[in-house]
Design a binder for this molecule. Structure first.
Ligand SMILES: [Zn+2]
Length: 251
């Protein structure tokens, strides 16, 4: 089968999440009108619960900028979720990604960036109802795993990027009034610039997960137990001390 043969043109509506500035409640918003995208129906990456496909903007055929379109294929029970269950799960992930953006905007670390995510949902047959979490595809390099779902990062001062990410995780806990912590933080060195991301940022974090007090951020959210686990495992780095996060630690 040729590569061209597995490219599908899909008409989608794009969605993003905005956080209410008063109570931080997430609001799902549409972005623009229906657009055509090119989806390559060949799995190029697969995790325990999600698969990723290539996606390109049809209006921008000469651009080399590709995106990853992720879909849930295993809901944790071993069964394939319905399009509706997938849509609901992706919304939970998008809320987590937006919360990470919100925290990161205050953290303001120049050597890190958090990839912006959206959801695209097919608006016409034959794909109607299918949805994908869309993130920029940054490079072929293997992601750097700074922390895991239940393993907090422990980077010494000699690992600059690693210790920045450790401090960001601690900062997320303090900034969110102890209601969540950013975990499972993979980052990728930015080799090529990508629209929407500053070109001079060396490490871009993506696929950010959270443990929340209510356990409301979807698959992998271990709730308060996950937050407690982070607090036990985290060791403050120099930036934590500089930001006085260590004096605010509630342990
Ligand atoms: Zn710390």
């Amino acid at each position: 089968m040729s590569t061209i043969g597995i490219n599908q043109i899909v008409v989608v509506q794009e969605y993003f999440v905005s956080l209410d500035e008063f109570n931080c409640h997430p609001i799902l918003c549409t972005q623009g009108d229906l657009v055509e995208i090119i989806l390559q129906l060949l799995v190029f990456a697969e995790g325990l619960s999600k698969r990723a496909y290539w996606l390109r903007q049809k209006t921008d055929p000469l651009s080399m900028s590709a995106y990853m379109a992720k879909v849930l294929y295993n809901d944790g029970t071993g069964t394939k979720p319905s399009p509706l269950a997938n849509w609901e799960h992706l919304q939970q992930e998008l809320v987590g990604a937006e919360q990470a953006q919100d925290i990161f905007a205050v953290f303001q670390e120049q050597s890190l960036e958090v990839a912006q995510s959206t959801i695209m949902k097919a608006g016409l047959p034959p794909h109607q109802g299918c949805s994908w979490l869309v993130e920029p595809y940054l490079s072929q390099e293997k992601p750097i795993k700074f922390s895991g779902t239940d393993i907090a990062g422990r980077h010494g001062g000699e690992n600059h990027a690693g210790s920045m990410v450790d401090a960001l995780a601690h900062f997320s806990y303090i900034h969110s009034m102890q209601s969540l912590v950013l975990v499972d933080l993979p980052g990728i060195p930015q080799v090529n610039t990508h629209p929407g991301l500053p070109g001079n940022v060396p490490i871009v974090l993506f696929n950010v997960q959270t443990h929340t007090q209510e356990g409301s951020s979807g698959l992998g959210d271990q709730g308060q137990a996950g937050i407690d686990n982070f607090l036990v495992q985290h060791e403050c780095v120099a930036l934590c001390v500089q930001l006085q996060l260590n004096t605010l630690m509630d342990m």
